[in-house]
Every structure is written in C-alpha cells, then in structure tokens.
Design a protein around this ligand. Structure first.
Ligand code: MG
Length: 261
C-alpha cells in the first residue's frame, strides 16, 4: 500500500484546526450568557445615575429611583381590611392602630431593596412577644420581625432583626423605646418551577441600624408560629405587609427599589 507523503501531517493538523475554529462558538454556546466585557472596557455601559437620599434627624429619604411607599403624608399606597389602610397618620409618620388590622401595599413586588424606619413608643411595655410587636412581611408571608428588643428578652428567632421562627439576628443593635430604628433589607424572592416545586429558596440580607444582622440568610418557607416553615408555590409578585399585633408601633420613610431575581 502506497502512503501519501503529506497524510500524517494533514491528519495531525486538521483536528487541531477544527478545535481552534470551534472555540469561539463554544464560548458563545449559552445564548442567555451575558456579554463579557474586557477588563476596564470603556465601551461597557455606565450604570444609571441615581441621586442618593439624605439622612437627618427625621430619618433617611429615598434615592431618586425608589418607589416611595410612605412620604410622611398619607397611606395612599396601602390598603387595609378590604379597603383603606386605617392606621393613623401623624406628623411625618404613621402608627399601627389596634383593631384596624394589618396593612399591605396596593401594588405587588418580588425581589427588592427596602428601607423602613420604625419606633416603639416610649410608653409601651415590652414583655416577650407582647406590647411591642409588628412585622415586615414580604410577599404576604415571609416575616422580618419588628419588636422592641432593648431591653426585652424573648426567644431569639422572634426578636427584632429575626426572620421569624427561622433565623435570629447575628447581633442586637436595637435602640431603646422612643428612638427610631432602621431596617435596610435586600430581599430575594423564592422561585418555583412550573410544577410548583421549589427551584430557588428566597433570602434576606438585613442591616439593622446600619449593622448587618442577616447575611444572605435563606428563607426556609412561609413564616409560621411554633411550627416548621414550609414553601408552597405563589405568584412572582405579591404585596408587602405590616403586621397589626395590637401594639402602637410607628413607621416612617418607607421606600423600595425593585430588583431582578
Ligand atoms: Mg411580628
């Protein structure tokens, strides 16, 4: 049998050439992959310009791209028991009104950054879960506990900064009754598959008076009292709620920035 003199070279070179040619296509094989930018690429789009809010003795105002849920004047963005939110609006803040029921936003939200300031009036007597209790509810079911906790001993997964019944806060930076507290939260909504099973659990990162108390803590399921939390599928966007636990807690400067999941 006569061998072609160049065949061994061709046989060696062709596969390498094919691999090199295929490499760029392999990099772009995932159609959903974001465009990759070079280091310090000047063509990379600039982030949107946002004017930051300001913090004074009256709390922290919203950045320019936020949805303001309470601007100190009215509860027009909120709803109560089948109608208007019947909590009292006072001088730049609003107050939970016993018997008026919990309130929630008229609009629905998924993942978001939220800022809220809350205060337990000085006259309140906190005894464990009684006297100083409210709660910030994401998607109508995932509670970040609001509770007078300086001083007030209770079970730690139910104190201020706790994801109720799930994760205690890492530390307790709560201010005494009569002083305003702030929560700055990054909430990521859980994602469900088409068949209703959980694809990705939700999470919360919480700064409490500027102090990190929840660090990407995973949500274990819908908040439950004295029971293990479980997930059940729900809409991708749902209202944000504030709990009426019968105690006259005050709130101000509530704003939110929707986030991608
Ligand atoms: Mg509560």
């Amino acid at each position: 049998m006569r061998l072609c003199p160049l065949c061994p070279i061709v046989l060696a070179v062709v596969p390498v050439a094919l691999l090199l040619a295929a490499a760029p296509f392999a990099q772009n094989a995932t159609p959903t992959a974001t465009k990759e930018w070079g280091v310090h690429d000047l063509k990379r789009p600039q982030p949107a310009r946002v004017t930051a809010g300001t913090c004074t003795a009256n709390g922290c105002t919203a950045p320019s791209d936020a949805i303001v849920l309470f601007d100190g004047k009215d509860l027009s963005k909120w709803t109560g028991n089948g109608g208007d939110a019947k909590w009292a609006v006072k001088d730049g803040y609003f107050q939970a009104t016993s018997g008026a029921g919990s309130i929630k936003t008229k609009d629905s939200y998924g993942s978001c950054q939220i800022h809220i300031e809350w205060m337990v009036p000085e006259t309140c007597k906190c005894e464990s879960q009684h006297g100083c209790n409210s709660g910030l509810f994401f998607m109508d079911r995932y509670e970040l506990q609001i509770l007078g906790s300086n001083p007030n001993e209770t079970y730690v997964d139910g104190m201020a900064g706790a994801m109720y019944g799930q994760h205690p806060p890492m530390v307790n930076p709560c201010r005494p009754n009569g002083q305003w507290n702030t929560y700055d939260v990054v909430f990521h909504a859980p994602v469900f598959k088409k068949d209703g099973t959980l694809e990705t659990e939700g999470s919360m990162t919480v700064f409490f008076n500027g102090v990190l108390v929840q660090d990407n803590s995973k949500i274990l399921g819908a908040t439950a009292h004295a029971a293990k939390a479980t997930y059940s599928a729900h809409e991708a966007k749902l209202p944000i709620g504030l709990q009426d636990h019968g105690d006259p807690l005050c709130f101000r400067n509530v704003w939110l920035r929707p986030l991608a999941n």
